[in-house]
Design a protein around this ligand. Structure first.
Ligand code: 28G
Length: 645
């Protein structure tokens, strides 16, 4: 369909204009992995949602085509203007699609756009798409223009007349030259679209997946209050009072509006989900801070004026917010974002504006519904008491460790002789018999072994004091020596490699998941700073003539067998499957799994830009069912980097 075109000066400019985007895509969409790829969809969807938020569109459709990578987004808004630009002499549509930041964040009108990472707009998507087709319905006509890698391949043409209605449709195919993989994930897209409809109660978004024939419409008239219900249900916890506190669209200052709602639950932590102009701010920022300030002050004030706190109980801000589930959406004409992924709001004026406005309204709510206020205060006092108890426990631990670093080590630990964390490794091993093999097969100087015998507690579903009371987990904490939670001090970490060594079966994966959940919730810096690893013990031993090979899984075993058979089809091959680490000889365990020269370790990391996903994965999957936990650990094992130590 492409036709020969003569390029005008304006077209050349276009090329130059978008070149930086193709050269350094990460600067515009955060990366070229899965998150970056999906950013293209969010970018276009956000433009359509902006048109709805501004009151011009009511319906959006997103189609994922059969190839699994091409997407069409359409809205029934006004249609992107197509009139010729006065100086550039090309249609406005073309300017918008070929100029960086065209139609800027803020042009003086009341046209609120998303801003930040997302505000960079459709030109970025155009630049990073192998093909893009823009269609606009306006003034009874259907217009169309096609692009390849950001360069127009046709002029803007009228393709139909006498059409009804107005709107914009953008079809694009992410460029395989740019992205590692170009197939989009339908579930990720659906989740994102559904959240948009929670944030805009009037909006309807239809999603179609042409590969499966699925069609689903998202529409949540109840807005963020319905979203809050959904989040509470998802966290499988109970609210401690029936009605949430709700602020609907209150104007804080010129150009700053907010809507928020919140409820206290029995969940052992707080969960604030925040947005700016309908876009998630995963790292929070000044709007979240304002909410936290307001909550803390209002509750404190209420407790004081009604004299509700027991003597000798000090209540911290964390106690007040334990179990709080909140949704905040702030609209701002000129949002400033910071942080690596630009997902943290940085406008300083927002903090006091939110906390001030919010606090007054929240205090009225507390005074107006005393039974609710009572339930919230009871919840706060409960968490303050629990925290005080666990603090006392942690203090004894700390006092003990102050006496001697080594006195406090758990009895089951076979420590290494080195005291240099840089060269020391701790293997956390499932079961006593495997622990015994590991103890005999290790390098005593640098490798310590901690066998786990009893049950590992699910840290996701337990309070902090229960977690601290769990023997297996407290042994780990004592062995690592760096404390946990707010008191964690990474400089005290006794081993710079903390290696989980589990059987390669469902039970082993389950224990690894429980341990990772604990580390994630209570010792997160250890993961972030790359100290946590998963060992990869072999599942099969393959003997052929005088050679012995170790295979990590079935596929690995088959590869090895095929390779041997190719070399010599008549070789006798013997395959042995290990039932567990326990039955492996110490020398074998040494050779395959412990020896730094021969083993393979997986470094545990949290994929960039998917913190919320990780949070969700953990909260969703650490439920009661074993099967999804299995998926979780498998999915994450695939994401961790291969480290050939
Ligand atoms: C389908 C996929 C994504 C959009 C519009 C509508 C207008 C627009 C978009 O204007 C340029 C113009 C002056 C500031 C605005 C139409 C005013 C009058 C629009 C979309 C912005 C952008 N008539 N619909 N852009 N200026 N939908 N959907 O991208 O005011 S983008």
């Amino acid at each position: 369909m492409a036709e020969v075109q003569s390029y005008t000066g304006a077209d050349i400019q276009v090329l130059e204009g978008l070149e930086p985007v193709r050269k350094r895509p990460g600067m515009y969409i955060g990366g070229t992995g899965k998150a970056g790829l999906h950013h293209l969809v969010w970018e276009i969807v956000d433009n359509a949602v902006d048109e709805a938020t501004n009151g011009y569109a009511t319906q959006i459709e997103v189609v994922l085509h059969k190839d699994g990578t091409t997407v069409t987004v359409s809205d029934n808004g006004r249609g992107i203007p197509i009139d010729k630009h006065p100086t550039k002499k090309v249609p406005a549509l073309q300017v918008i699609l070929t100029t960086l930041h065209a139609g800027g964040k803020f042009d003086g009108s009341s046209y609120v756009t998303s801003g930040g990472l997302h505000g960079v707009g459709s030109s970025v998507v155009n630049a990073l798409s192998s093909e893009l087709v823009a269609q606009v319905k306006r003034d009874g006509k259907l217009y169309e223009q096609r692009y390849a890698r950001g360069v127009p391949v046709t002029k803007l043409k009228t393709v139909r007349s006498n059409v009804r209605g107005s709107g914009t449709a953008i079809t694009f195919t992410p460029d395989p030259e740019i992205f590692d993989k170009t197939d989009l994930d339908a579930q990720t897209i659906k989740d994102n679209l559904e959240v948009k409809t929670y944030l805009n109660g009037a909006l309807r978004i239809v999603f179609k997946d042409e590969a499966t024939g699925e069609r689903i419409e998202f529409h949540h008239e109840g807005g963020i209050v319905e979203y809050l219900d959904h989040l509470v249900a998802e966290a499988s916890t109970r609210r401690v009072h029936p009605d949430p506190f709700v602020v609907r669209q209150s104007e804080l200052e010129d150009g700053i509006r907010t809507e928020l709602c919140m409820v206290w639950t029995e969940a052992p932590r707080e969960s604030i989900t925040s947005f700016v102009n309908g876009i998630p701010t995963r790292d929070g920022g000044t709007h979240e801070q304002g909410l936290k300030d307001g909550v803390t002050k209002a509750i404190r004030n209420y407790i004081e004026t009604h004299d509700l706190a027991p003597r000798k109980l000090d209540i911290t801000a964390d106690d007040i917010r334990e179990g709080l589930v909140a949704v905040v959406n702030l609209y701002h004409v000129d949002p400033q974002f910071q942080g690596q992924t630009k997902e943290k709001l940085n406008n300083p004026e927002v903090r006091s504006a939110v906390s001030g406005a919010f606090r007054t309204e929240f205090e009225q709510f507390l005074n107006g519904t005393p039974s609710t206020a009572e339930s919230i205060v009871a919840r706060v006092i409960q968490s303050a008491k629990a925290r005080q108890a666990s603090r006392a426990a942690a203090n004894t631990v700390r006092r003990k460790s102050a006496v001697s670093h080594r006195l406090n080590l758990p009895g089951k630990l076979s420590d290494c002789s080195s005291t240099a964390p840089e060269e020391s490794e701790l293997f956390i091993v499932e079961g006593d018999s495997a622990g015994g093999s590991a103890k005999q097969g290790r390098d005593r100087k640098t490798q310590a072994i901690l066998p786990l015998r009893g049950k590992v507690l699910n840290a996701e579903q337990a309070t902090r004091s229960k977690v601290l009371a769990n023997k297996e987990l407290s042994n780990i904490v004592d062995a690592l020596g760096c404390g946990l939670g707010e008191d964690l001090d990474v400089t005290k970490l006794r081993y710079h490699k903390v290696i989980l060594l589990m059987d390669a079966d469902a039970d082993g994966l389950h224990i690894a998941t429980l341990l990772l959940t604990f580390l994630y919730r209570y010792m997160r810096p250890l993961i972030d700073q790359g100290y946590v690893y998963i060992a990869q013990p072999p599942l099969f031993r393959v003997d052929a003539l005088k050679e012995t090979h170790w295979a990590l899984d079935e596929a690995d075993r088959d590869r090895i067998v095929r390779r041997i058979q190719k070399k010599n089809p008549r070789t006798q091959i013997e395959v042995q499957r290990f039932k567990g680490l326990g039955e492996m000889m110490p020398a074998t365990l040494h050779e395959t799994t412990l020896d730094p020269d021969k083993r393979r370790l997986l470094q545990v990391s949290i994929p960039e830009g998917s913190l919320l996903e990780t949070e969700r994965a953990i909260t969703d999957l650490m439920g009661k069912d074993a099967a999804p936990r299995f998926d979780f650990i498998m999915a994450h094992a695939a994401e961790v980097e291969d480290l050939d130590v």
